[in-house]
Design a protein around this ligand. Structure first.
Ligand code: UDP
Length: 474
């Protein structure tokens, strides 16, 4: 490296939703830990979500900062303050939300002009950033927040003609040219993809700019999905770097969560005796579904932590989502957390032996890294593809059998089904086999980000290829 070179600077621009911001902030920290200056571009409402993490990173001596953009919610017809993806309730609102993000271009251009970073890592949802970066002569790297298998399936799906996508719903769709035979029910593919819609056009644009961008950074590790990491690079000819699991490089971030009441509760439990149930930051099940989950968990006889995205209120019994006397009956055996739970420390706790998940990629890679088998309950986005990886390819999970793509978890899963899958991932020979496979993968995940590991080396390769300079070289 040139010893006189100025410290390099990267802009990170995540989509405004926890599932995108969490891994992007972790990635910015990862680059900062290698002596590169990093800046996160966000909006006032969203910054509150990660400001503590940034403060802690600064205290560790990292050069990491935040720059803010004004989010034009009202301009596109969204309510004032609607700046985060999880506030969006319908596909129409989602479209408006995406429109608002595209109106951020001039503000971002100003920041690029002013700060002259060496590289822009921007979310897949911001296709316009490829041309903007080109204007400044800097590379734009794409970050999707998804893994290689999902990148492969998405590229193949968007290339399929409508007649293939629209064939009878009873006939599964085989995704062509993949290393394994991956079959999806046609109902697991969103309707907006099966006709000429604005959302489909948007996805076509993101797939096209993905190819024109400098490359893609992936929050995964090679040993987890080697055939798909190779397929994506070779078949589509897109440069990609696997640098995950990024959260493993940011363990300090979780230190302050150790005091959480549920972790103390877990300390009193024996290894692998508690199932953790959580569906990410976006899905909000209707009360009737929550009731089925409560009844299924109770009938399973397993100990559990269940995260529900509802605030505790005086009125909650009137809502009818908890069976009468539920919390009293399961006292000591089950814990209901309302709102936000410290998911990573929970999954890593030795008492946790299974995870009922919607298969958001962050949740899956956190569970894999913790060596925890899963009951898979996908709803939308890349979640059905992640389910295939977990159940069919890695053999560390059992599906609850959801067949229909529905952004907010539409298909009802009954209490008997829930009781069965929870029992199957927690006890018995199959559960033990899945757990030991998951533990092996967890060890590989840990090694991949350590010096000499596959993700560590790929990050080095990326830094070298981009010609980035650290503080150490100043
Ligand atoms: N998460 C958390 N506590 C919660 C809910 C979610 O810490 O109560 C974190 C979880 O650990 C993961 C992210 O939020 O890092 C959710 O991302 P994922 O991709 O799993 O799902 P999404 O929210 O995007 O659907």
């Amino acid at each position: 490296m040139d010893t006189k070179a100025k410290q390099s600077h990267i802009f990170f621009f995540p989509y405004m939703a926890p599932g995108h911001m969490i891994p992007t902030i972790a990635m910015a920290n990862l680059f900062a830990s290698r002596g590169i200056k990093t800046t996160i571009i966000s909006t006032p409402q969203n910054v509150a979500f990660f400001s503590q993490t940034i403060e802690r990173s600064k205290e560790s001596g990292f050069k990491i900062g935040v720059l803010l953009l004004k989010f034009p919610s009202v301009e596109v017809g969204l309510p004032e303050g609607c700046e985060c993806g999880h506030m969006v309730e319908t596909l129409e609102e989602l479209q408006k939300f995406l429109e608002a993000t595209s109106l951020l271009d001039q503000q971002l251009e100003k920041l690029l002009e002013e700060h002259q970073p060496n590289c822009l890592v921007a979310d897949n949802c911001f296709p316009w950033t490829t041309d903007l970066a080109a204007k400044f002569g800097i590379p734009r790297l794409v970050f999707h927040g998804i893994n290689f298998i999902s990148l492969c399936i998405s590229q193949h799906l968007i290339k399929m003609d409508f007649s293939t996508l629209l064939k009878s719903d009873s006939e599964p769709l085989v995704i062509p040219d993949l290393p394994d035979e991956i079959k999806l029910a046609r109902t697991q593919i969103p309707n907006f993809l099966k006709q000429e819609t604005e959302l489909r056009k948007f996805l076509e644009l993101t797939a096209e700019t993905e190819k024109r961008s400098y490359g893609v950074v992936v929050n995964s590790f090679y040993e987890l999905e080697p055939a798909y990491a190779d397929h994506y690079r070779k078949f589509w000819g897109i440069k990609a770097w696997h640098i995950g699991p990024t959260f493993l490089c940011n363990k300090d971030t979780y230190a302050s969560l150790d005091e959480h009441e549920c972790l103390k509760w877990l300390n009193s439990k024996t290894p692998n005796s508690v199932v953790y149930v959580s569906f990410g930051s976006v899905i909000k099940f209707v009360d009737a579904q929550l009731l089925e989950i409560a009844l299924g968990l109770e009938a399973s006889g397993q100990q559990f932590i269940w995260v529900v995205k509802k605030e505790k209120s005086e009125e909650e019994n009137k809502e009818g989502w908890l069976p009468e006397g539920f919390e009293k009956r399961v006292e000591g055996r089950g814990l209901v957390i309302r709102g936000w739970a410290p998911q990573v420390p929970i999954l890593e706790h030795q008492a946790v032996g299974g995870f009922v998940t919607h298969c958001g990629w962050n949740s899956v890679i956190e569970a894999v890294s913790a060596g925890v088998p899963m009951a898979t309950w996908p709803a939308f986005s890349d979640q059905f593809y992640n389910e295939k990886l977990v159940t069919q390819i890695l053999g560390i999970g059992i599906g609850v059998g959801v067949q229909k793509w529905e952004r907010f978890g539409g298909e009802k899963v009954g209490k008997r089904n829930i009781e069965n899958v929870v029992t199957q991932i927690m006890v018995g020979e199959r559960a033990e086999e899945m757990r030991s496979r998951a533990k092996r993968l967890g060890e590989m995940a840990g090694k991949s980000v350590q010096e000499g590991g596959s993700s560590y080396k790929d990050l080095n390769a990326l830094i070298q290829e981009l010609g980035l300079h650290s503080t150490a070289s100043n």
